[in-house]
Design a protein around this ligand. Structure first.
Ligand code: 5AD
Ligand code: SF4
Length: 472
């Protein structure tokens, strides 16, 4: 593929920071304390993008609120992966009519994957006059400039041109927590699975330079973060667009070499690009969690082929066996789509068979949702929603049973967990995660939050483990 990786010049980011200061003067004039609300839908990549939006907003002088009636600026960061998320966004954006009536100076921005689709940008232009600013994922780096245009021009701004996307370094971040952090290592997707809108809205795969990623990881560790999740639509193809030959396994090793007691996780992995080198590296790097999210999507070879997944069920199972041979304690999760156009009862049974064979720790299951402009959306789809729901319910039951059985195997054993917060309940007041990412509820002092402790597992169900801290 002859594609040249584009970058945003650091000078352009500096200019955005200058604009932030200009907005600061404007919105804090008369000693005001303006508030912003950032509402996020969709995946972790979107969560990470919202941290950048908040980073910019903070530089502009905004505090943050969860109450849209209090907010002077509302930013809705949207997802396009399924219709359900889009309907929720449109419902909530429609409801902002009330808040704007209350505060006519309120600025409403809608950004992210959903509005990168032409028909959605049009829909908002025509039917949602309450929205002042619309911008796609590629335009996030110059959000301050776009917002300033709205503030000074008093007219609506739309920035959603088709674009391959670029890599922008140096955008300020306001992170959500102090224990766990997202770290984007690459953007975009080149795979064009036939059901998926992501390659159309997030552009081509482009990797951040390893030195920038390692520097950010080092800062996180120095700031006390204990759990770092590397993000990309397909982290296994990290580095393919770089000239220095670094691949994802090399990157893991570089981050593992940073001194400190912390865990490295990552998502998502495409099975076609997972390598033995990656599994070996995961096993050898002591800070790398033995956790793999490896979406299979379907268990039937014809369906996998029309999905353009580029592997078959046999190849997938070989990958799982190889990964488990390096890491017998690997926690394995997956995504599955039920009701892909034309999927028959018999083909669905192959998905059940694959799940029974692989025995995932957890499965994320979805009913196929047609996406405008994707090849699958124009494939014949003779089965009804009700038929698909029957399959979906069966798959969920299978997933829940297997998760419960796998969790039961933890009982009576001791695991090192990272305590990450409070549950708000009396009996098990703390939440924590195992190395493999399984949720463990505990009883203990809040002083344990942010620490690794050994826990004996005393109970379990489909969703969580329950345990007691050992040695006090
Ligand atoms: N319909 C249903 N699920 C989808 N996913 C992606 N596109 C669709 C779609 N059109 C699921 C896939 C992917 C996860 C993030 O969302 O399983 O791995
Ligand atoms: Fe994330 Fe995909 Fe949704 Fe965009 S469309 S927010 S990349 S899940």
């Amino acid at each position: 593929m002859s594609y040249k990786r584009q970058t945003v010049d650091i000078e352009q980011i500096r200019r955005q920071e200058e604009i932030c200061l200009q907005i600061f003067d404007r919105v804090t004039a008369d000693g005001k304390h303006p508030l912003a609300m950032v509402d996020t839908y969709g995946c972790q990549q979107n969560e990470a993008d919202s941290e950048k939006l908040r980073g910019y907003l903070q530089k502009m002088g905004f505090g943050f609120t969860q109450d849209e009636f209090q907010a002077d600026v509302v930013v809705v960061n949207t997802c396009a992966v399924r219709e359900h998320a889009e309907m929720r966004v449109l419902g909530n954006v429609g409801a902002l009519n009330h808040t704007k009536k209350n505060n006519p100076n309120q600025i409403i921005a809608v950004c992210g994957c959903m509005v990168q689709q032409e028909h959605m940008a049009e829909k908002i232009k025509k039917s949602y006059p309450v929205v002042d600013l619309v911008f796609g994922p590629h335009e996030l780096w110059h959000f301050p400039e776009l917002l300033q245009k709205v503030m000074t021009g008093k007219k609506r701004v739309f920035a959603t041109e088709k674009n391959d996307g670029a890599v922008a370094e140096g955008i300020p971040l306001q992170r959500d927590g102090s224990i766990k952090a997202w770290l984007s290592i690459m953007y975009g997707c080149n795979n064009f699975c036939t059901y998926c809108v992501v390659p159309y809205v997030r552009g081509r795969e482009r990797s951040r330079l390893p030195e920038n990623i390692v520097a950010e990881a080092r800062q996180l560790v120095e700031a006390g973060y204990k759990d770092i999740t590397l993000l990309g639509q397909n982290v296994n193809s990290y580095g393919k667009d770089l000239e220095n030959g670094t691949d994802f396994a090399d990157l893991l090793r570089m981050i593992n070499d940073i001194p400190g007691d912390f865990l490295i996780r990552f998502m998502t992995s495409h099975p076609k690009d997972a390598t033995e080198k990656l599994f070996r590296t995961m096993a050898e790097c002591e800070k790398c969690a033995h956790q793999l999210h490896l979406p299979v999507q379907a268990g039937n070879d014809r369906i996998l082929k029309v999905m353009n997944r580029v592997y078959n069920s046999e190849k997938y199972i070989q990958q799982v066996e190889l990964a488990r041979s390096y890491m017998p304690d690997l926690v394995l999760t997956t995504d599955i789509i039920v009701g892909f156009p034309g999927e028959t009862d018999e083909e669905f049974e192959d998905t059940i068979r694959l799940c029974e064979k692989v025995r995932y720790d957890a499965m994320f299951t979805f009913i196929y949702s047609p996406r405008v402009g994707t090849p699958a959306a124009s494939m014949p789809d003779p089965y009804t929603r009700e038929q698909k729901q029957v399959h979906f319910d069966r798959l969920t039951e299978t997933a829940n049973r297997i998760s419960a059985e796998k969790h039961k195997e933890y009982e009576g054993k001791t695991f090192r967990v990272l305590v990450d917060g409070e549950t708000g309940r009396d009996e098990y007041n703390l939440s924590s995660r195992t190395n493999g990412g399984r949720l463990v509820h505990l009883k203990g002092s809040t002083e344990l939050i942010g620490k690794f402790v050994n826990v004996k597992i005393t109970g379990s169900n489909t969703w969580a483990l329950y345990g007691e801290v050992e040695n006090g």
